[in-house]
Ligand binder design. Structure first.
Ligand SMILES: Cc1cc2nc3c(=O)[nH]c(=O)nc-3n(C[C@H](O)[C@H](O)[C@H](O)COP(=O)(O)OP(=O)(O)OC[C@H]3O[C@@H](n4cnc5c(N)ncnc54)[C@H](O)[C@@H]3O)c2cc1C
Ligand SMILES: NC(=O)c1ccc[n+]([C@@H]2O[C@H](COP(=O)([O-])OP(=O)(O)OC[C@H]3O[C@@H](n4cnc5c(N)ncnc54)[C@H](O)[C@@H]3O)[C@@H](O)[C@H]2O)c1
Length: 487
């Protein structure tokens, strides 16, 4: 039996970040990885998805060029070349993760799937090898097992044509057609990218959601914008059945409740129906970890401790905020605390920020509206601005979408924003940084706005918000003039 101070379970972004903190304090540590080093982000998450989207954006720029008077544009998409670039650049990203691990002592690393035997012991079963499991006793643990695609039973009849983000980037070439299930973040990003690259795509959502958009007006606007671009997106589809047929997978569906039933066959079914940690396989109950109604560990998001004080959790495994920068932060907090345990400190969590890389992009800054009340005890007000007549957006021919900003009534504090618009990632960053400074809407209006920029839309929305907050002198909002030429 191996005996160490700390075991880190999972060598993804959270696990690596935690391991580095622990290894800086003690040599008595093991980092266990079930599958392969390289992280979900680099292997089959953030990076390959953005590479595919980059290819789609290149094709879309050509499609959009007639707007600018460029005529007779002909091009073809070489699916093999697209997928080859995705993979070769992806492999570079994976290599740099692997290079960052070369200094880790061999004795610290162990390949195999960990499973709790009790609150201080795990067994580690090597992947696919008939070797004896290793048994490790430790004083502290960090659970950083990430999440895996959740596949509803209704998709299983697709058989060998059912794929997830773990398979799609491995395809040798672009398929002719894909049915995407889930109109959430992955479904929208990959579905639109494949559509723009000439793949026949239909996105089947459930419940009406689109890419996690919270504001109903923005969601309706997004549905129209995607439909006008020819994307077959059904946020509230009704799927009657799936069948594996010779040509692929045949799907019987209604695009919405009262629509006629249709049958269409696709080469592949891509499940983008959410991600869940493989917690049961880790056997947390044997460690006495308290679980919530979904079977996920209850934990403190500032110390990252579970109900067992010596067992920490980080990254997607926690189901807190399943994003890369949050996984790294959670790993740092868990690593520092596991190294110093029982001296545990509350780590700083950052302003919530998320971006969906569809086009127009969707971004969210700050908490959900349902969580505003402690920050805005007297209620909140809303300011809106449309990209439709916004100067810089029109110049670029990307004048679709809307920005919505929130402020606290009484204090005038800025609370956050939701954006559906061109290059929203940049505006969202600026707004997240500002929000973390805890300033008022008035103060924000004193900041510079360069002309002509996409950021000018923020001034329009903030003025609308300032007026709704009834703070400071009355302002007249002249939306189109405000960001318009020469004003
Ligand atoms: C397609 C896609 C696109 C994404 N795009 C973005 C994006 O643009 N921006 C963004 O911020 N986020 C994005 N994300 C989310 C981001 O990738 C994750 O939040 C992040 O990678 C989580 O890191 P992690 O360390 O928690 O998990 P992972 O990197 O998945 O690491 C967990 C590791 O634990 C291992 N493991 C599991 N069980 C065990 C066990 N029992 N024993 C030992 N090891 C185990 C796994 O093999 C895995 O290597 C995307 C995700 C996907 C799927
Ligand atoms: N740009 C980014 O930051 C980025 C990109 C990709 C993924 N991610 C992360 O990965 C996580 C997982 O992404 P995701 O898109 O899988 O999850 P998601 O929760 O965003 O979307 C899943 C969607 O699938 C739908 N769904 C569930 N069952 C269904 C069914 N049977 N038929 C049709 N639809 C069904 C749900 O209603 C939901 O809208 C995200 O929460 C996000 O944190 C982030």
């Amino acid at each position: 039996m191996i005996k160490v101070d700390v075991v880190v379970i999972g060598a993804g972004t959270a696990g690596l970040s935690a391991y580095r903190r622990v290894a800086a304090k003690t040599d008595s540590v093991r980092l266990i990885e079930a599958h392969a080093y390289g992280t979900t982000c680099a292997r089959d998450g953030c990076m390959p998805s953005k590479l595919l989207i980059a290819a789609a954006e290149a094709a879309h720029a050509i499609d959009a060029s007639p707007l600018f008077g460029i005529r007779d544009v002909n091009y073809s998409v070489d699916g093999r070349a697209v997928m080859q670039r995705v993979r070769s650049e992806r492999n570079r990203f994976v290599s740099s993760v692997l290079e960052s691990m070369v200094d880790f002592p061999e004795a610290h690393k162990l390949l195999g799937r960990a499973r709790f035997l009790d609150a201080n012991t795990v067994e580690v079963v090597p992947d696919g090898q008939p070797a004896e499991p290793a048994v490790i006793r430790a004083e502290r643990f960090i659970i950083a097992i990430g999440a895996a695609p959740y596949i509803p039973d209704m998709l299983k009849p697709a058989g060998d044509r059912l794929i997830t983000n773990e398979h799609v980037f491995e395809l040798e070439t672009l398929p002719a057609s894909v049915a995407v299930f889930g109109a959430g973040i992955i479904g929208l990003e990959l579905g639109q990218a494949l559509h723009r690259l000439g793949v026949r795509v239909r996105i089947f959502g459930r419940g009406g959601g689109i890419g996690g958009i919270e504001d109903e007006q923005i969601r309706c606007n997004a549905a129209k914008v995607f439909a006008s671009a020819g994307l077959q997106l059904h946020p509230a589809a009704e799927v009657a059945g799936l069948e594996r047929v010779d040509e692929g997978v045949s799907i019987r569906f209604r695009a919405f409740e009262s629509a006629p039933e249709q049958t269409e066959t696709f080469d592949y079914v891509l499940a983008a129906t959410g991600r869940r940690p493989a917690m049961t396989a880790l056997n947390p109950a044997a460690a006495g970890i308290e679980l919530d109604e979904r079977g996920q560990p209850v934990f403190c998001r500032y110390t990252m401790q579970t109900s067992q004080e010596h067992i920490f959790i980080a990254g997607d495994a926690s189901t807190d905020i399943p994003l890369l920068h949050e996984a790294a932060d959670m790993g740092r907090i868990a690593g520092r605390n596991a190294a110093a345990w029982p001296s545990v400190r509350a780590g700083k969590r950052r302003t919530p920020l998320s971006v969906v890389y569809c086009d127009p992009q969707i971004a969210r800054v700050g908490s959900a509206k349902s969580e505003f009340s402690p920050l805005a005890p007297n209620g909140y007000a809303v300011g809106r601005a449309s990209f439709e007549n916004q100067g810089r957006s029109r110049v670029l021919g990307r004048n679709q979408g809307e920005l919505i900003v929130y402020g606290a009534f009484g204090s005038g504090k800025f609370l956050g924003a939701e954006i559906f618009g061109p290059s929203a990632e940049h505006l969202a960053h600026t707004l997240a940084w500002v929000l973390q400074q805890d300033i008022t809407v008035d103060n924000m209006l004193e900041l510079p706005f360069y002309h002509p920029t996409l950021e000018e839309i923020l001034r329009t929305a903030l003025r609308d918000l300032d007026r709704a907050l009834l703070s400071g002198p009355a302002v007249v909002v002249e939306e189109n003039i405000d960001c318009g030429p020469g004003s």
